[in-house]
Ligand binder design. Sequence first.
Ligand SMILES: [Zn+2]
Length: 74
Amino acid sequence: MNDETPICSAKGCRTAAVWVLAWNNPKLHTPERRKTWLACDEHREHLTQFLGMRGFLKDVVALAEWERRAAAGE
Ligand SMILES: [Zn+2]
């Protein structure tokens, strides 16, 4: 593991992330804006529920797929 390794966003977790949770808070962000959290396998469900309960969650994408999309400019 090195500084380039994306780490899970869950509090206290130092596990390498494998998921990207894209979200938007309509009170703070314009509709097309996307904030992102990173999640390991263990915390994906917890973080998804946290955002989902608040109506913020937009997308859950595998990190590799997210990076592929970013590289493609999608
Ligand atoms: Zn985690």
